[in-house]
Design a protein around this ligand. Structure first.
Ligand code: SF4
Length: 383
């Protein structure tokens, strides 16, 4: 099969050009044609040496993803479902805001982490996306949405918050991040590229060394007992180790805070006492088990997007507001995410889930759908 040039960061493309007997600077020209101009046809690349165009024509291609569908919400949100072969599909969502455009990108087909409230987790894990498949989502969206003939960027924020746990696909995600950040590629600021993880401690430390971008962590619970149930990965490292990794990460991060995502689940993790426990935890108060000093952070409270298999419900608005107020009173910047694209099922995994459940994960998760009562969960904090 022809080499997919979307698989390369600039370093990789330079090495590939050298392997064809071409100078490294040709890679910059090629990279700019592909990522800045959205070109896929080598004949279009007019300032590229004819000899290189000839060599590429036989051996390489710019292989994007095949869109299965495009849904446009009345609020401007656009959601694409891409075919990645083998009966798998992944989702990419564009969210326009007043001053910026954000693209939510997937890193895996399905996900092995299996969070209780996540539609993708209920589909099970199929496979990692290649670097080219991750980059192709941005390549497609940027050039599809950009006005014809314009060089003005449409997407200035990328969040790796779509399907999959990006840090479980580390080897392919890091080169994709480098393409996003490269001035000859999409030229995005490190502050505007966010990796969102369910909390893989060792990999957070690696990312800090290899490619520090903004970090978001899916927290969803104020104590290990509840988080063990909602985010099964927590059983490995636990909240203490996770929060310590967040603090270490901030040494090299482009932002001076970590964003904690917190999905608001009715009667599970949304009580005012749980907000207080959370505030004590991240503020490192002596009364908390951690008691090691503050984790500089912001909270983003996410209204749950219900789907039938979860057995969970969205927290009422007033409960979310009350939860936010407790955190704010404790000095923690807290926002409530606006729901976007409700009319097109924009929550991660909801369209792809209709394509298939490859591993029977949905069935397994339905079997353990008993809702955790707040009283039990709140009382299980000290371990
Ligand atoms: S929330 Fe993220 S890590 Fe958890 S199952 Fe869904 S995609 Fe995977």
């Amino acid at each position: 099969m022809a080499v997919n040039l979307l698989d390369f960061d600039l370093e990789g493309l330079a090495a590939y050009c050298e392997s064809l007997g071409e100078k490294r600077f040709r890679a910059v020209q090629l990279f700019r044609w592909i990522h800045q101009k959205g070109a896929a046809d080598f004949e279009q690349m007019s300032d590229l040496a004819k000899s290189l165009r000839g060599k590429l024509a036989g051996a390489a291609e710019v292989r994007g993803l095949v869109p299965i569908s495009e849904h446009r919400s009345t609020d401007g949100t656009v959601k694409w479902l891409f075919d990645v072969g083998g009966g798998n599909a992944v989702e990419t969502v564009y969210i326009p805001e007043d001053d910026r455009g954000t693209l939510c990108v997937s890193s895996q087909a399905g996900c092995a982490v299996g969070c209780r409230f996540c539609s993708t987790g209920h589909q099970g894990f199929s496979r990692n996306l290649s670097t080219g498949e991750i980059v192709a989502q941005l390549w497609f969206a940027e050039h599809r949405l950009r006005a014809p003939g314009s060089a003005e960027r449409v997407i200035d924020n990328v969040v790796m918050m779509g399907m999959g746990e990006p840090l479980q696909n580390y080897a392919n995600v890091v080169p994709a991040l480098k393409v996003m950040l490269d001035d000859h590629g999409y030229g995005l600021s490190r502050r505007r590229v966010t990796v969102s993880t369910s909390g893989m401690v060792a990999m957070i430390d690696r990312l800090r060394e290899d490619c520090p971008v903004a970090l978001a962590v899916s927290l969803h619970a104020p104590n290990d007992a509840l988080r063990d149930q909602l985010v099964p990965l927590n059983r490995k490292d636990g909240l203490d180790a996770l929060l310590d990794a967040c603090v270490r990460y901030l040494d090299k991060a482009p932002r001076d805070f970590v964003t904690f995502e917190y999905c608001m689940l009715d009667g599970v993790n949304d009580a005012p006492e749980q907000a207080q426990e959370l505030a004590r935890l991240v503020n490192g108060e002596a009364a908390s088990r951690r008691g090691k000093g503050r984790v500089p952070c912001k909270f983003n409270l996410i209204p749950f997007n219900p789907f039938p298999e979860s057995g969970l419900k969205r927290s009422p608005r007033e409960r979310v507001t009350a939860f936010a107020r407790v955190l704010q009173d404790a000095g923690i910047v807290t926002t409530i995410r606006k729901t976007r694209g409700d009319d097109i099922d924009a929550a991660c995994g909801q369209l792809a889930g209709e394509v298939q459940d490859r591993t029977g994960a949905r069935e397994r998760l339905v079997q353990r759908r008993a809702v955790i009562p707040i009283a039990a969960a709140a009382g299980e904090g000290a371990r």
